[in-house]
Design a protein around this ligand. Sequence first.
Ligand code: MTE
Length: 303
Amino acid sequence: MANRFKSDLTWGDVTPENIFLNRRAFMAGASAMAATGIAGPALAAKYSTDEEPNAWEEITQYNNFYEFGTGKSDPAEYASEMTTDPWEVEIGGLVDKPGTYSFKDIMAAMTVEERIYRFRCVEAWSMVIPWNGFELADLLNMAGIQSGAKYVAFETLHRPEEMWGQKRNFVPWPYREGLRLDEAMHPLTFMATGIYGKTIPNQNGAPMRLVVPWKYGFKSIKSIVKITLTDTQPPTSWNMINAPEYGFYSNVNPQVDHPRWSQASERRVGGGLLAKRIPTLMFNGYEKEVASLYEGMDLKKNF
Ligand code: MTE
């Protein structure tokens, strides 16, 4: 079942883009690849939505990546200035094997698969994105989680000479995010390194970005260079900027409105301006998988 891809493979070698072109073709491709014993599509079926994915152009031209400006098309315009090779990730804190890991070495050790996830931004737009990548749990297990660890903190690259938005300080750089350890270890929690079988574009968070599909998109931190296991809840960028509006948990929840707008519905990008909004689902539709993580918690207080 487990298939260790060598680091010199590109996603194009692993998954032909055309298997995603429509859902029927995807399923045909998935069963064909499952028959050959490749882990990806067989596992993808377990966790993936069967909703139609957004087009490559929508996923890669309509972005939030404030290091490159606040406009939706800024990341696609400026993110090519970021150097992503070589790339190193410092893994530290409460782990057995702290150190600086090269992206190539990480990829050589991980099992790559596809996950087609709904993605819901706190701004109330959404997409369906076919990611390639690996479970965050596999990376954390590789580093060896120590018994005192309760949270995982993440940081994005800080390199103002390549990321002009970092010359303005409306975000306390570097961009920071965090998860409780059980959230981080959940099998849905993913490190994306590709989209549609291709290397993930810089504007989407190359070479490696978090994807937590039941949380608002801002938790899915891009271009990660540092992962730290801690015993205390780490500070997170949007919470530091505006705590009353952006909580640490930020689970998608149609019953808890943003102070300035409703979270009950969303606009699916690509649907056209006149398209009807669709209802937002509890935990972005992943309630069955993740609700138990929050049993007994008041989700209005812990928003
Ligand atoms: N990560 C970093 N480093 N900087 C950012 O500005 N924006 C977040 C998140 N991760 C952001 C980030 C927000 S608000 C969203 S909605 C998603 O990235 C957008 O991901 P996408 O552009 O791939 O759709």
